[in-house]
Design a protein around this ligand. Structure first.
Ligand code: GLN
Length: 288
């Protein structure tokens, strides 16, 4: 089959499911990965005949897209802070909002003296500590997650991006302390987390690609106590964050005030809620 024919079929079969621009992005990404073509090269390569395995990949991808599987899981990769990350169904697909969180942490800490030990709680694909390690070269990065599978992938992502991050597996809701998780390190200058914060009641507004494929445990919290993870992390920070150390959260946009109150009541100072590019309450920073 020729690339031009495939393109026609691809757009036709996805027409009822996705806006044209989105289908184009999918097609471009697959062409880039499978054929090494840049988006602007695709239209002049219409006569190119696809190899069997390339065609099979496109057909499988098309079938998966029809089932609303995220393109990042189909390709097994995503981009975050201008770096490439492997992703799979054990990890959330990194979001642009989280890039803003990373940006803020880099800005605040670029002249921080050593030691600058940073712990990321609920690391998933490892995109937060890995991008911090790349840009805060004087920092030591630590990251924990409840999922063995996520940690395995995060370790691979750290290697792929050539940075050192130390990983540990722990369920922070069950363990009240991190003792002995990392040899010789018990206190950190910075703690960061993008914990699950989407309430059940918000599911109605979410898209199928998220609902059907992304890990539940990374996204959702109960309607009764949506701040559960923030409660637990501020408690942990009482032992594991140095005095004057900084705490950073990604937060639920609808719960900015409540999250702020919780952090203030846990004894933190300089508690600030910061909006993302879309104007939503999205980040919180505080000092212990
Ligand atoms: N921002 C993500 C979303 O909208 C949620 C991330 C999280 O729960 N930590 O799907």
């Amino acid at each position: 089959m020729k690339l031009a024919e495939l393109k026609l079929q691809f757009f036709k079969e996805l027409a009822n499911l996705y806006p044209k621009e989105e289908s184009r992005t999918f097609f471009n990404w697959i062409c880039q990965q499978q054929l090494g073509l840049k988006p602007f090269e695709i239209s002049v390569k219409g006569e190119q005949t696809l190899k069997d395995e390339q065609l099979r990949f496109f057909e499988k991808a098309l079938a998966d897209l029809k089932l609303e599987k995220p393109i990042q899981y189909i390709l097994g990769k995503s981009y975050f802070y201008s770096m490439e990350f492997m992703v799979n169904e054990h990890t959330l697909i990194p979001r642009p909002e989280t890039e803003e969180l990373v940006s803020m942490i880099i800005e605040d800490n670029k002249t921080h003296p050593r030691p600058l030990r940073i712990l990321d709680i609920g690391t998933g694909s490892g995109c937060i500590p890995i991008s911090l390690a790349k840009h805060l070269t004087h920092a030591e990065l630590y990251a924990i997650d409840i999922s063995k599978d996520a940690i395995k992938l995060a370790k691979e992502n750290a290697m792929k991006n050539q940075v050192v991050v130390r990983f540990g597996e722990i369920d922070i809701l069950k363990a009240s302390l991190l003792s002995n998780l990392f040899t010789k390190v018990d206190q950190f200058e910075v703690i960061v987390s993008n914990p699950p914060y989407v309430r059940e009641l918000e599911k109605a507004t979410m898209k199928n690609n998220v609902l059907k494929y992304e890990p539940q445990s990374a996204l959702y919290v109960s309607d009764e106590n949506p701040l559960l993870f923030y409660e637990q992390i501020t408690k942990l920070a009482a032992c594991h964050l140095k005095t004057n150390g900084r705490l950073y959260f990604e937060i639920n946009q609808y719960l900015g005030d409540q999250t702020k109150d919780l952090v203030i009541n846990a004894g933190f100072k300089e508690v600030e809620v910061i909006k993302d590019t879309f104007g939503n309450d999205r980040m919180l920073s505080a000092v212990r």
